[in-house]
Ligand binder design. Structure first.
Ligand code: HEC
Length: 211
Protein backbone atom coordinates (compact mmCIF):
# COMPACT_ATOMS: atom_id res chain seq x y z
CA UNK A 1 0.00 0.00 0.00
CA UNK A 2 1.59 3.25 -1.01
CA UNK A 3 -0.64 6.08 0.10
CA UNK A 4 -3.40 7.80 -1.81
CA UNK A 5 -3.50 6.34 -5.34
CA UNK A 6 -3.10 8.67 -8.27
CA UNK A 7 -5.91 9.28 -10.75
CA UNK A 8 -4.13 7.29 -13.44
CA UNK A 9 -3.57 4.23 -11.25
CA UNK A 10 -7.27 4.02 -10.64
CA UNK A 11 -8.14 4.24 -14.28
CA UNK A 12 -5.79 1.47 -15.33
CA UNK A 13 -7.50 -1.83 -15.88
CA UNK A 14 -6.20 -5.14 -14.62
CA UNK A 15 -2.52 -4.39 -14.10
CA UNK A 16 -0.81 -7.47 -12.66
CA UNK A 17 1.72 -7.09 -9.88
CA UNK A 18 5.06 -8.79 -10.31
CA UNK A 19 4.95 -11.45 -7.61
CA UNK A 20 3.71 -14.89 -8.40
CA UNK A 21 3.11 -17.52 -5.73
CA UNK A 22 2.71 -20.93 -7.26
CA UNK A 23 0.71 -19.41 -10.06
CA UNK A 24 -1.38 -17.17 -7.83
CA UNK A 25 -1.06 -13.57 -8.94
CA UNK A 26 -2.50 -10.26 -7.76
CA UNK A 27 -4.03 -7.35 -9.64
CA UNK A 28 -2.86 -3.85 -8.76
CA UNK A 29 -6.20 -2.54 -7.49
CA UNK A 30 -5.49 0.24 -5.02
CA UNK A 31 -8.09 1.34 -2.48
CA UNK A 32 -10.21 4.02 -4.17
CA UNK A 33 -9.50 7.66 -3.43
CA UNK A 34 -12.95 8.36 -1.97
CA UNK A 35 -12.37 5.53 0.51
CA UNK A 36 -9.10 7.10 1.61
CA UNK A 37 -10.68 10.50 2.09
CA UNK A 38 -13.47 9.04 4.22
CA UNK A 39 -10.87 7.16 6.25
CA UNK A 40 -8.85 10.33 6.80
CA UNK A 41 -12.04 12.26 7.66
CA UNK A 42 -12.98 9.72 10.36
CA UNK A 43 -9.51 10.08 11.81
CA UNK A 44 -9.66 13.88 11.84
CA UNK A 45 -13.16 13.70 13.34
CA UNK A 46 -11.96 11.43 16.14
CA UNK A 47 -9.24 13.91 17.12
CA UNK A 48 -11.69 16.84 17.16
CA UNK A 49 -14.23 14.71 19.07
CA UNK A 50 -11.67 13.63 21.65
CA UNK A 51 -10.42 17.17 22.26
CA UNK A 52 -13.94 18.59 22.45
CA UNK A 53 -15.30 16.07 24.94
CA UNK A 54 -12.13 15.79 27.04
CA UNK A 55 -11.05 19.40 27.28
CA UNK A 56 -13.70 21.86 26.13
CA UNK A 57 -15.55 23.70 28.90
CA UNK A 58 -18.70 23.77 26.75
CA UNK A 59 -18.90 20.02 26.09
CA UNK A 60 -21.26 17.75 27.97
CA UNK A 61 -21.30 14.20 29.34
CA UNK A 62 -23.93 11.54 28.81
CA UNK A 63 -24.99 11.99 32.44
CA UNK A 64 -25.49 15.71 31.95
CA UNK A 65 -27.63 15.21 28.85
CA UNK A 66 -29.67 12.66 30.76
CA UNK A 67 -30.19 15.08 33.66
CA UNK A 68 -31.22 17.86 31.29
CA UNK A 69 -33.72 15.56 29.56
CA UNK A 70 -35.14 14.38 32.89
CA UNK A 71 -35.49 17.95 34.12
CA UNK A 72 -37.26 18.90 30.89
CA UNK A 73 -39.65 15.99 31.28
CA UNK A 74 -40.47 16.99 34.85
CA UNK A 75 -40.94 20.58 33.77
CA UNK A 76 -43.58 19.42 31.28
CA UNK A 77 -45.27 17.54 34.09
CA UNK A 78 -45.65 20.85 35.95
CA UNK A 79 -48.95 21.33 34.15
CA UNK A 80 -51.47 21.98 36.88
CA UNK A 81 -49.01 21.42 39.72
CA UNK A 82 -48.65 24.47 41.93
CA UNK A 83 -45.92 24.50 44.57
CA UNK A 84 -46.06 26.99 47.44
CA UNK A 85 -42.80 28.74 48.36
CA UNK A 86 -43.20 27.76 52.00
CA UNK A 87 -40.90 25.94 54.37
CA UNK A 88 -42.66 22.56 54.26
CA UNK A 89 -42.66 22.42 50.44
CA UNK A 90 -39.05 23.51 50.03
CA UNK A 91 -37.84 21.02 52.65
CA UNK A 92 -39.89 18.23 51.15
CA UNK A 93 -38.46 18.64 47.65
CA UNK A 94 -34.92 18.59 49.02
CA UNK A 95 -35.52 14.85 49.33
CA UNK A 96 -36.91 14.28 45.85
CA UNK A 97 -33.81 13.79 43.71
CA UNK A 98 -35.66 13.85 40.39
CA UNK A 99 -37.44 17.12 41.12
CA UNK A 100 -34.23 18.55 42.50
CA UNK A 101 -32.81 18.16 39.00
CA UNK A 102 -35.20 20.88 37.86
CA UNK A 103 -33.73 23.21 40.48
CA UNK A 104 -30.26 22.19 39.49
CA UNK A 105 -30.85 22.89 35.82
CA UNK A 106 -32.26 26.34 36.65
CA UNK A 107 -29.23 26.97 38.82
CA UNK A 108 -26.85 25.91 36.08
CA UNK A 109 -28.61 28.07 33.52
CA UNK A 110 -29.14 31.27 35.50
CA UNK A 111 -27.08 31.37 38.67
CA UNK A 112 -23.63 29.83 38.16
CA UNK A 113 -22.16 32.98 36.60
CA UNK A 114 -22.46 34.65 40.01
CA UNK A 115 -22.63 31.76 42.46
CA UNK A 116 -20.11 29.38 40.88
CA UNK A 117 -20.61 26.10 39.06
CA UNK A 118 -21.29 24.16 42.26
CA UNK A 119 -22.54 27.03 44.42
CA UNK A 120 -19.08 27.78 45.83
CA UNK A 121 -19.54 31.52 45.17
CA UNK A 122 -18.05 34.07 42.77
CA UNK A 123 -19.47 37.60 42.93
CA UNK A 124 -22.41 36.08 44.81
CA UNK A 125 -22.07 34.30 48.16
CA UNK A 126 -20.97 30.71 48.71
CA UNK A 127 -24.12 28.58 49.07
CA UNK A 128 -22.37 25.56 50.54
CA UNK A 129 -21.48 26.88 54.00
CA UNK A 130 -23.63 27.70 57.04
CA UNK A 131 -23.37 31.49 56.69
CA UNK A 132 -26.13 33.56 55.07
CA UNK A 133 -26.69 37.28 54.57
CA UNK A 134 -30.36 37.44 53.61
CA UNK A 135 -31.58 34.06 54.75
CA UNK A 136 -32.77 33.26 58.27
CA UNK A 137 -35.10 30.39 57.40
CA UNK A 138 -35.35 28.14 54.39
CA UNK A 139 -38.32 29.98 52.81
CA UNK A 140 -36.21 33.15 52.64
CA UNK A 141 -34.23 31.47 49.86
CA UNK A 142 -37.32 31.45 47.64
CA UNK A 143 -37.96 35.10 48.60
CA UNK A 144 -34.45 36.14 47.59
CA UNK A 145 -34.66 34.23 44.29
CA UNK A 146 -38.02 35.82 43.46
CA UNK A 147 -37.37 39.37 44.63
CA UNK A 148 -33.59 39.73 44.58
CA UNK A 149 -31.40 41.31 47.27
CA UNK A 150 -28.89 44.11 47.81
CA UNK A 151 -30.66 46.49 45.41
CA UNK A 152 -30.40 44.15 42.48
CA UNK A 153 -26.83 42.91 43.01
CA UNK A 154 -28.76 39.67 43.42
CA UNK A 155 -31.32 40.09 40.60
CA UNK A 156 -35.03 39.32 41.06
CA UNK A 157 -36.05 36.22 39.10
CA UNK A 158 -39.84 36.21 39.56
CA UNK A 159 -40.41 37.32 35.97
CA UNK A 160 -37.95 34.83 34.51
CA UNK A 161 -38.89 31.66 36.37
CA UNK A 162 -42.08 29.67 36.81
CA UNK A 163 -43.22 29.81 40.49
CA UNK A 164 -42.56 26.06 40.73
CA UNK A 165 -39.04 26.56 39.42
CA UNK A 166 -38.43 29.11 42.17
CA UNK A 167 -39.49 26.57 44.80
CA UNK A 168 -37.42 23.75 43.31
CA UNK A 169 -34.39 26.01 42.86
CA UNK A 170 -34.76 27.02 46.53
CA UNK A 171 -34.78 23.31 47.45
CA UNK A 172 -31.65 22.80 45.38
CA UNK A 173 -29.88 25.78 46.99
CA UNK A 174 -30.90 24.52 50.44
CA UNK A 175 -29.50 21.09 49.56
CA UNK A 176 -26.07 22.59 48.83
CA UNK A 177 -25.69 23.64 52.44
CA UNK A 178 -23.08 21.66 54.34
CA UNK A 179 -20.98 20.72 51.32
CA UNK A 180 -18.54 23.46 52.39
CA UNK A 181 -16.85 23.71 49.02
CA UNK A 182 -13.75 25.86 48.84
CA UNK A 183 -14.69 29.12 47.13
CA UNK A 184 -15.84 32.48 48.35
CA UNK A 185 -15.24 33.02 52.07
CA UNK A 186 -18.27 32.79 54.39
CA UNK A 187 -20.39 35.95 54.60
CA UNK A 188 -23.16 36.97 56.98
CA UNK A 189 -24.15 34.94 59.99
CA UNK A 190 -24.42 31.30 60.89
CA UNK A 191 -28.10 30.33 60.97
CA UNK A 192 -29.71 27.31 62.64
CA UNK A 193 -29.83 24.08 60.61
CA UNK A 194 -32.84 23.52 58.34
CA UNK A 195 -35.69 21.80 60.20
CA UNK A 196 -36.39 18.14 59.47
CA UNK A 197 -38.54 17.65 56.37
CA UNK A 198 -42.26 17.02 56.95
CA UNK A 199 -43.41 13.41 57.08
CA UNK A 200 -44.26 12.08 53.62
CA UNK A 201 -47.96 12.00 52.78
CA UNK A 202 -49.86 8.81 53.59
CA UNK A 203 -49.54 5.87 51.15
CA UNK A 204 -46.04 7.08 50.31
CA UNK A 205 -47.19 8.76 47.14
CA UNK A 206 -44.65 11.53 47.53
CA UNK A 207 -42.72 10.76 44.39
CA UNK A 208 -45.38 10.52 41.73
CA UNK A 209 -48.11 12.76 43.07
CA UNK A 210 -46.73 16.05 44.29
CA UNK A 211 -49.45 18.15 45.86
C1 HEC B 1 -25.65 38.98 38.76
C2 HEC B 1 -25.16 38.05 39.74
C3 HEC B 1 -26.15 37.10 40.38
C4 HEC B 1 -26.98 36.19 39.78
C5 HEC B 1 -27.20 35.96 38.29
C6 HEC B 1 -27.62 35.46 40.83
N1 HEC B 1 -27.19 35.92 42.03
FE1 HEC B 1 -27.82 35.28 43.83
N2 HEC B 1 -26.72 36.71 44.74
C7 HEC B 1 -25.87 37.60 44.12
C8 HEC B 1 -25.27 38.48 45.09
C9 HEC B 1 -24.26 39.57 44.82
C10 HEC B 1 -25.82 38.11 46.34
C11 HEC B 1 -25.51 38.74 47.71
C12 HEC B 1 -26.51 39.81 47.98
C13 HEC B 1 -26.16 40.57 49.26
O1 HEC B 1 -25.01 40.99 49.35
O2 HEC B 1 -27.03 40.69 50.12
C14 HEC B 1 -26.72 36.99 46.08
C15 HEC B 1 -27.44 36.34 47.06
C16 HEC B 1 -28.21 35.22 46.84
C17 HEC B 1 -28.89 34.48 47.88
C18 HEC B 1 -28.87 34.82 49.35
C19 HEC B 1 -27.58 34.34 49.95
C20 HEC B 1 -27.36 34.89 51.34
O3 HEC B 1 -26.26 34.63 51.88
O4 HEC B 1 -28.23 35.55 51.87
C21 HEC B 1 -29.50 33.42 47.28
C22 HEC B 1 -30.32 32.34 47.96
C23 HEC B 1 -29.22 33.52 45.87
N3 HEC B 1 -28.44 34.63 45.64
C24 HEC B 1 -29.68 32.61 44.94
C25 HEC B 1 -29.54 32.80 43.56
C26 HEC B 1 -30.16 31.95 42.59
C27 HEC B 1 -30.95 30.70 42.88
C28 HEC B 1 -29.84 32.49 41.37
C29 HEC B 1 -30.29 32.00 40.01
C30 HEC B 1 -31.73 31.86 39.81
C31 HEC B 1 -29.02 33.66 41.61
N4 HEC B 1 -28.86 33.80 42.94
C32 HEC B 1 -28.50 34.43 40.61
C33 HEC B 1 -25.61 37.64 42.77
C34 HEC B 1 -26.29 36.92 41.81
Amino acid sequence: MNGIPSESARNDVDVLLEHNYDGIQEYDNPTPGWWWWIFIATFVFSVVYFIFFQFSPVSWTIHESYDVATAELLRRQFGDLRLEPDEATILRYMNEPEWLLVGRSVFQGKCTQCHGRNGEGLVGPNMTDDHYKNVKKVSDIAQVIANGAANGAMPAHKNQLHPNEIVLTASYIASLRGMNLPGRAPEGEIIPPWPAPPAPPRNDQATDEPR
